[in-house]
Design a protein around this ligand. Structure first.
Ligand code: IMP
Ligand code: MG
Length: 175
């Protein structure tokens, strides 16, 4: 059986610090305007909670689920909406909350889809981004950490649905 090693890349303290800084920036940028935090399931569940509890003002929370990956570590390249939003976003400020931007395909597709619904503003915050893996250039207004092109798990991110609960981000290697 293949053995798996996990090497911590970003500690929970660092994630905490960075989430606080991002929330402060977001708070300032929206200056009291109502905001929909739109989490992309499932990977963003811890990050959206971290941001949400630090924001004051009129915040609502919604989720979408998209799938671009099969069960393994590589993308199928096909992006599907598996769960759509519950609310109408026309005329509203929407901030997409992502766990990671890898090739950019998922985010690009989601941005294009949501833009057709005429939100007042549409921005993205992603905890992680892999600049070397980017294939589809798509703007990410707020980035937690740029990381090397390695497969990572923890803090919401999974490998075959495992490791989402880890309080830190780790590089997963199989041997
Ligand atoms: P993209 O469409 O290639 O940008 O892939 C985005 C999605 O793939 C993310 O929202 C994750 O669900 C998944 N993903 C990409 N890289 C990783 C990784 O290193 N670990 C776990 N999931 C990943
Ligand atoms: Mg995701």
């Amino acid at each position: 059986m293949a053995s798996v090693t996990l090497d911590v890349l970003i500690s929970s303290e660092k994630i905490n610090e960075r989430s606080a800084a991002l929330a402060k920036q977001i708070q300032e940028d929206y200056a009291g305007e109502p905001l929909i935090l739109l989490g992309v399931l499932k990977g963003s569940f811890l990050f959206i909670a971290d941001l949400a509890k630090r924001l004051t003002g009129e915040i609502s929370i919604d989720f979408v689920q998209v799938s671009s990956y099969g069960s393994g570590k590589s993308s199928s390249g096909v992006v599907q909406i598996r769960k759509d939003l519950d609310v109408n976003i026309e005329g509203r400020n929407v901030l997409i909350v992502e766990d990671i931007v890898d090739t950019g395909a998922t985010l690009n597709h989601l941005r294009e889809l949501l833009a057709t619904r005429k939100p007042k503003s549409l921005k993205v915050v992603s905890l992680l981004r892999k600049p070397e893996a980017q294939k589809v250039p798509t703007p990410v207004e707020y980035v937690g950490f740029d990381i090397p092109n390695e497969f990572v798990v923890g803090y919401g991110l999974d490998y075959d649905e495992r490791y989402r609960n880890l309080p830190y981000i780790a590089i997963l290697r199989e041997s």
